[in-house]
Design a protein around this ligand. Structure first.
Ligand code: GLY
Length: 356
């Protein structure tokens, strides 16, 4: 199982990367760093210096950021570049970037030579609180998000909050979608600490954000330790994702990013709870307030896909039964239930009523 560290001080990333690499057993034959465009700007010097200090041969590979690049074609080209650079079973892949980069790199690490070791330096809020942690790796298929993947735990995750300083507002807000999801799961302490106002860019590296990242990553890590392969307890981390993935696939990544789709998915999940009297109206109102404050959408951008295509897409989810869905429904902060056999038509109707 991987170790996740929160780094807050200048120079700590370089230092901790050296420590994390030194602890790897066996020591890698070489390190192949997969870096996305933004990561190159924010942390290339620290990564370079750390790896020079490690005295292990390393090479930098560029990966295009953006959900549209999380494809089998990108994975194949990354794997081929690794092989051209002399990769062997003891090579180590280091993903440095957002969630797309960690999902893609992890997917290649899971499959190259039937699995090689890897680690992550997340550079976005979303990757620090969710995507980089927990070892779910995948690429998208035209049929849907994350449909082709593997569980493959990274050896380490180094969350350096200082890398968040230059995130665009939209990318920051997307991360807040997953912070809100975790607040609904982890309980009142995290939930109530998320204010009904946006985090000013100058406060993105402050104590409040550090606490969120620490709490989200450790909440997830504890669950993943007990249920790495999503057979039981881990399913709660999919709160909002059955709706979210369907909406994200149908809208396309430009119109709806992952965090925005999760935000809409959370609204749908709480609406389904309300329909069954499982939660209080006030909880749904609190969610909407927080989504609005953090720049996340309350409605689908543009016109909603037809009920038939929404229903079809919902049923492509990995967590479905025969013609029905398995949904996580929120009751109150810190309490959700898993409901099986939810009618996909009912879920489609909720989307149309709520997001149109
Ligand atoms: N993002 C959900 C999970 O990692 O299980």
């Amino acid at each position: 199982m991987s170790t996740t560290r929160l780094l807050t001080q200048r120079g700590q990333l370089q230092k901790m990367l050296v420590v994390a690499v030194a602890k790897l057993r066996p020591q890698p034959s070489q390190i192949l760093v997969v870096l996305d465009t933004r990561a190159k700007q924010v942390c290339m010097p620290a990564v370079n210096k750390a790896l020079e200090q490690c005295k292990i041969h390393f090479r930098i590979l560029r990966a295009p950021a953006g959900e549209a690049n999380k494809t089998l074609t990108s994975a194949q080209s990354l794997a081929e570049r690794c092989i051209q650079l002399g990769a062997d079973r003891h090579s180590f892949l280091l993903a440095v970037g957002g969630g797309v980069t960690s999902d893609l790199t992890g997917f290649v690490a899971a499959n190259l030579f039937r699995g090689i070791a890897w680690g992550v330096v997340p550079t976005t809020l979303l990757a620090m609180v969710d995507a980089g942690v927990g070892g779910k790796t995948a690429v998208n298929l035209p049929a849907g998000q994350n449909l082709f993947g593997a569980f493959h735990q990274p050896r380490f995750v180094l969350n350096d909050v200082r890398l968040l300083r230059s995130l665009s507002n939209r990318t920051w807000n997307c991360g807040m979608g997953e912070v809100l999801k975790t607040g609904m799961l982890a309980g009142p302490k995290l939930w109530q600490s998320i204010p009904n106002r946006a985090v000013a860019p100058s406060r993105r590296t402050g104590q409040m954000v550090e606490d969120w990242i620490r709490q989200c990553a450790s909440f997830k890590q504890k669950i993943v330790r007990r249920d790495a392969s999503d057979c039981g307890e881990r399913k709660q981390l999919n709160l909002g994702h059955t709706f979210g993935h369907a909406l994200e696939t149908l809208a396309g990544p430009k119109k709806l990013s992952h965090g925005e789709a999760v935000a809409l998915g959370l609204r749908c999940a709480i609406a389904m709870s309300l329909e069954q009297d499982l939660c209080a109206t006030d909880y749904a109102l609190q969610l909407d307030e927080k989504l609005k404050a953090h720049g996340l959408p309350l409605r689908f951008p543009g016109s909603l896909p037809s009920p038939a295509s929404l229903r079809r897409q919902l049923l492509r989810d990995k967590k479905k039964g025969h013609g029905s869905l398995e949904l996580i429904l929120p009751i109150k902060p810190g309490l959700c239930i898993l409901v099986q056999g939810v009618s996909a038509t009912k879920a489609t109707n909720t989307i149309h009523r709520l997001l149109g």
